[in-house]
Design a protein around this ligand. Structure first.
Ligand code: DC
Length: 209
């Protein structure tokens, strides 16, 4: 981060923001959590915010916009958040501009946590933190993503074909908010293990600091 006069902000005063965007099941959550842990930064899985709103609507508690305006942070760890029904509801509420607007401030203020924050989502590098220090766009083929999701959900009796269709329809719904920033670094995880992926990203960050 360089000031207008070319002076560098002293290292201990800088707040580092790392944006990790990409489609569902591309491995960005595991990666973002790993990066945050490695660097000792705060971590926010912004998909959980949309899932909380989706869950609230599914439970008939409130409408989507009201739920987004009155987020209940205790719901962050609700086990139900990870389910496919909630994922679908989240993807629907995420298309409502007022919902996105209501969640924007929460995400931006989280990004200001010292000494730094890693946020994973869809629009972190483009809308939430367009001046992030590092922007990554994490992708993988539909097939690789469906297979990963299938491994997680196999026990529930779902088929690989169903999951593949699910991944494709979520991609279509998320397409509008899931555009890579012009200055994002692309990471294709189709052929990488989680460790290899983390290693690659940490290398980029450490070399770029
Ligand atoms: O990453 P995820 O599967 O937990 O996200 C759930 C839904 O929320 C997903 O369909 C897209 C949406 N989302 C979004 O629109 N913007 C974000 N920053 C994060 C998630």
């Amino acid at each position: 981060m360089v000031w207008a006069h070319g002076l560098r902000l002293p290292h201990d005063l800088r707040i580092m923001i790392i944006a990790i965007d990409g489609p569902s099941a591309a491995g960005k959550g595991t990666l973002a959590r790993g990066v945050a842990k490695h660097l000792g930064y705060h971590f926010l899985d912004t998909g959980s915010l949309y899932r909380m709103v989706g869950l609230s609507v599914l439970r008939g508690k409130s409408d989507a916009v009201a739920a987004a305006r009155h987020l209940n942070p205790t719901a962050f760890n609700d086990a139900e958040l990870r389910g496919e029904k909630v994922a679908e509801a989240a993807s629907k509420v995420a298309a409502i501009p007022e919902v996105r607007q209501a969640l924007l401030e929460f995400q931006r203020s989280f990004a200001q946590k010292k000494p730094g924050a890693v946020l994973d989502g869809r629009d972190i590098g483009t809308v939430i933190c367009p001046t992030a220090d590092f922007k990554f766009y994490v992708t993988a083929s539909v097939q690789a993503r469906a297979e990963r999701r299938f491994k997680e959900l196999e026990a529930t009796g779902v088929t690989l074909e169903e999951i593949t269709e699910d991944v494709k329809s979520r991609d279509e719904r998320d397409a509008k908010q899931s555009q890579p920033a012009d200055d994002a670094i692309f990471i294709d995880t189709s052929e990488l293990t989680a460790e290899e992926c983390l290693h690659e990203v940490i290398k980029v960050i450490e070399e770029g600091q």
